[in-house]
Structures are given as structure tokens and as C-alpha cells.
Design a protein around this ligand. Structure first.
Ligand code: ATP
Ligand code: MG
Length: 377
């Protein structure tokens, strides 16, 4: 039997994207009943036809399915009473006032962390191309290099320089063609700052990047994680509850053990798994023959094991490596290589599985509800 507090803990990581408060604190979880591996949640929404409804429902399902032995999640949407709505609004208002240190990331920003169990599988390459691709499609996008010591984003984007601070002492992200970039590689290399950074715990460095950076109003934030399952990954689940994890793996089945560790870590830190990307899957010659140089099946195996989609298989690129290493991401290269096509494809898949939070909001409707309430008082 699953404990109610475990369920509530998972449910508390589902935020109402507009109010920026979790659904448990907002009193939206009215009842939880279970029958073996099947769970039914009575969910009270402010307004039943709220455009956020689908998003909240699917978030609940994904978070609860992280719990072992839960196979089926049913959601009953129930109406909120007048009292419920009034108390919800006062919680939301109180939270807005009191929230001590909100991160600089809008609760409506989609956060996509790119992780892997082991190093060198292509996380940074994929993060960079994803961010560039999303920005190219017109989404306001940020790229956070959370690989504090092993940073590689500045090199992959061919940028150098020093991040400046604004009048409020917040760090201004580096901008390249609209893309907002933050990396320790862009922090002054003088002795003092180097010492300061060395003294910081890794998770503290991440906190700084989330609290002390004047990020814009982003549709997407792509986070390039360091390899493995350390502090940064755990801190991320706590600091940015809307984070989703994309696991990068290579095709050889032996790579699965390490990738599995990342997936387990994600569960422990309440980060939903968005999908798997298999990188360096095959080599394609000009006549479109494919060679599975590193074996095959790794991505599929992981996808089946965790019940998450294999979003893309990215071929090994031959011509583009040198350019990539010199600051031109594959997506911006002239050569229409199979690898470039696969990256473009991946960007489109991401938009499908994690669309930007809809512009249409409930705020207007909530305001109306409030007006009605106040009129009745
Ligand atoms: N599809 C690909 N085809 C050819 N080379 C690739 C491909 N993807 C990545 N690489 C190369 O593999 C190397 C490692 O890639 P990358 O730095 O992106 O991996 P990583 O997972 O971020 O590594 P780390 O764990 O060290 O941060 C780089 O030289 C990169 O150019
Ligand atoms: Mg990397």
C-alpha cells in the first residue's frame, strides 16, 4: 500500500503554471483513492474548462507514474466551491508576497535538462543544438551550462567574453542571436573570481545561476548537465520543479546500465523523464547505407524499460565534427548532413512532447472569478 504522504510529496511537485504554487498547497487535490496499482485523484480546478487543464493532468500522471507499483492514474475533475476558490486565491497571493527567493526562471518556462550516466555521449552537443534550434524557430530560449567545471558551451558556440552584471547586481546572460547563455566559462578568469568559484559547492553554483541571473522571459531553458548523478542533478529537482530530463545514451547495450542510474536518480529527485536520445547511432554514407558502428538497440532498450519515447537516433557525423569543435553547431552548418537533419527532427519532437506553455491563460478568467466573488461578498 502506498503511503499518502509519498503521494502528496509527488503531487506537491506539480505546479499550477500560472500561480507558481503547487497543486497541493492550492487545495486542488481533493481526494485520493486507490485500488491496487490504480490511483484516482479528485482534482479541483478553478474553472473546469481552464486551458491549463490538460497540462496539469498530464503532469500529475507523469509524476505519479514515477512511483513504483502505480500503473494507472485516473483524474476526476471536480468543481471548486466558492470557498475553495477564495482560499486558493489567498494562498496564491500570500505565496507571491512571501516566496522568499524565487528563481529567476518563470514558472511557465519549459525546462529541459540533458543528462547521461557517463561522459562523452554528446550531452553538450545535443544541448547546444537544441537551444539553437528552438531559438531559430522563434522561441525565447536560454542555455544554461550546468557543467560547472567541465563547461563546453562557450567553445561549442564559439563565444568568449565575460558576463556583466546589471544595476540590480544580477548577471546578464550572454546573448548570441537572441539565445541567452550562461556558463562558468564566461566568468572572469581572474584570481579572485576563480577562488570564489572554487569555494562554492557545485549545487550552490547552480543556485547562483538560477537566482542571480537576469534571465529573460523564456519559453524554454535548456540545461546541459555534467555527466553522472551528482549534486547538480539532485539540486535541480528541488530548485526547478518544472524540470524534465532528456537522457542521452549511445547504442551499445552495455551503456544501458549507466543510463539506468540516471533514470533512477531522476525518479528520486521527482524529475520526469521526457525521453531518450540515442546519439552516435550509426554512420550513413552518401549512398544512404547505414553502418551500426557502435552496436545497436541501446536507445530502444532504455525507452522500453522506462516506458518513455525514444525521440531520436542521431547519426555519427564525420564532416561536421571539426566545425562543431570550432563553434558552429551542426544545426547552423551549411552541409545538409544526416546528423543535421536528425537534430532538426529532435527539435521538432521536443516541441511536440513538451510544447511551450500556451499563451492562452486562465488569469483573465481567474480575475473574473475574483470579481464575482467580491461582488457576492
Ligand atoms: N553525433 C555525433 N557524431 C560525431 N561526433 C559527435 C556526435 N555527438 C557528439 N560528438 C562528439 O563527441 C564528443 C563528446 O561530445 P559532447 O562534449 O557533446 O559530450 P558530453 O556528453 O557533453 O561530454 P561530457 O560528459 O564530457 O560533458 C565531442 O567531440 C563531440 O563533437
Ligand atoms: Mg558536456
Amino acid at each position: 500500500m502506498i503511503q499518502n504522504d509519498i503521494l502528496l510529496k509527488h503531487l506537491s511537485s506539480v505546479m499550477d503554471p500560472e500561480l507558481g504554487v503547487n497543486i497541493v498547497d492550492l487545495g486542488m487535490v481533493k481526494d485520493i483513492t486507490y485500488n491496487n496499482s490504480e490511483i484516482t485523484i479528485d482534482l479541483a480546478l478553478t474553472i473546469a474548462e481552464c486551458p491549463m487543464r490538460n497540462q496539469i493532468e498530464s503532469e500529475i500522471k507523469r509524476k505519479l507514474k514515477l512511483i513504483e507499483n502505480i500503473d494507472e492514474v485516473n483524474i476526476n475533475v471536480v468543481a471548486m466551491s466558492k470557498e475553495d476558490r477564495a482560499s486558493l486565491m489567498s494562498t496564491a497571493r500570500k505565496n507571491a508576497r512571501e516566496k522568499a527567493i524565487p528563481t529567476q526562471i518563470n514558472t511557465r518556462t519549459r525546462v529541459l535538462a540533458i543528462g547521461s550516466g557517463k561522459g562523452g555521449v554528446g550531452k553538450s552537443t545535443i544541448s547546444t543544438n537544441l537551444a539553437v534550434g528552438l531559438e531559430k524557430l522563434g522561441f525565447a530560449t536560454g542555455l544554461l551550462d550546468a557543467d560547472i567545471w567541465g563547461f563546453s558551451i562557450p567553445r561549442l558556440l564559439g563565444i568568449e567574453g565575460r558576463l556583466e552584471a546589471n544595476e540590480e547586481k544580477k548577471i546578464i546572460p550572454y546573448k548570441k542571436d537572441g539565445l541567452e547563455i550562461v556558463s562558468t566559462g564566461l566568468i572572469a578568469e581572474d584570481e579572485d573570481t576563480a577562488l570564489m568559484w572554487r569555494g562554492l559547492m557545485l549545487s550552490k553554483a547552480l543556485e547562483q545561476f538560477l537566482f542571480d541571473v537576469a534571465w529573460g522571459n523564456l519559453d524554454y531553458l535548456v540545461i546541459d548537465l555534467p555527466p553522472g548523478t551528482g549534486d547538480i542533478q539532485m539540486a535541480l529537482g528541488r530548485l526547478l520543479p518544472q524540470t524534465e530530463l532528456l537522457v542521452v545514451t549511445t547504442p551499445q547495450p552495455s551503456a544501458q546500465k549507466v543510463a539506468t542510474r540516471v533514470a533512477d536518480m531522476a525518479k528520486r529527485s521527482f524529475i520526469p523523464l521526457l525521453g531518450v536520445v540515442e546519439n552516435m547511432s550509426y554512420f550513413e554514407t552518401d549512398d544512404e547505407t547505414k553502418y551500426q558502428i557502435f552496436g545497436e538497440g541501446g536507445g530502444d532498450e532504455l525507452s522500453t524499460k522506462f516506458g518513455i519515447p525514444l525521440l531520436s537516433k542521431i547519426p555519427i557525423s564525420e564532416t561536421s565534427v571539426e566545425e562543431s569543435e570550432n563553434g558552429i553547431p551542426i544545426l547552423l552548418q551549411q552541409n545538409e548532413s544526416p546528423t543535421k537533419k536528425a537534430m532538426e527532427n529532435l527539435v521538432n519532437e521536443i516541441i511536440k512532447v513538451l510544447p511551450p506553455v500556451s499563451d492562452e491563460t486562465c488569469t483573465g478568467r481567474l480575475a473574473k472569478v475574483l470579481e464575482e466573488l467580491e461582488a457576492e461578498e
